[in-house]
Design a protein around this ligand. Sequence first.
Ligand code: XMP
Length: 181
Amino acid sequence: MNGMEADIERVLLNRERIAQRVDAMAGEIAAVYGPSRDGIVIVPVLTGALMFAADLIRRLPMRTQIHMMAASSYEGTTGTEPRLLYGPGDLVGGRHVLIVDDILDSGRTLQRVIADLRQHGAASVRSCVLLRKPGKAVTGVSADFVGFDIEDVFVVGYGLDFNNWYRNWPDIAVLRPELYA
Ligand code: XMP
């Protein structure tokens, strides 16, 4: 036992399934963009997309540049609002941009990130999320590439966290409920 195993109630997506799907997603993305001398700009949204982005980017056959973006949530007047801590700014001007995020839940984070990239003059903005919780997007925003639709449970592992723990667990898993209490 390594101290994490005991906290996990069940594995939702194991590492083999994740790797297979990430492989397939890289193919889907490559088919949409095609080969181009200009390549694309990948914008991983930290910290949750860390593992997913690292695996996905290495499977993409086209030219890429990487600019990290960091978002965090805070309690605003209309509920939980995303705040952008840093990003590529004007470096995306005139470029084709692919956002890579861990999970699409309400869609607020993605909406905020897309707006920022458009404001800075990106030629096109597409998005890729590993997980999506169906029917929960309040913003109408949708992702262009989706890894898995999952049930509405809080998940950890493969970059996803609870209080910044469990990001290094290689599977996507559900924690024992008493840990949230
Ligand atoms: P929104 O609602 O903005 O949510 O689409 C996206 C962000 O919310 C966090 N999130 C989760 N994090 N397990 C996590 O570790 C989950 O089940 C979960 N659901 C939402 C995450 O930071 C994501 O980028």
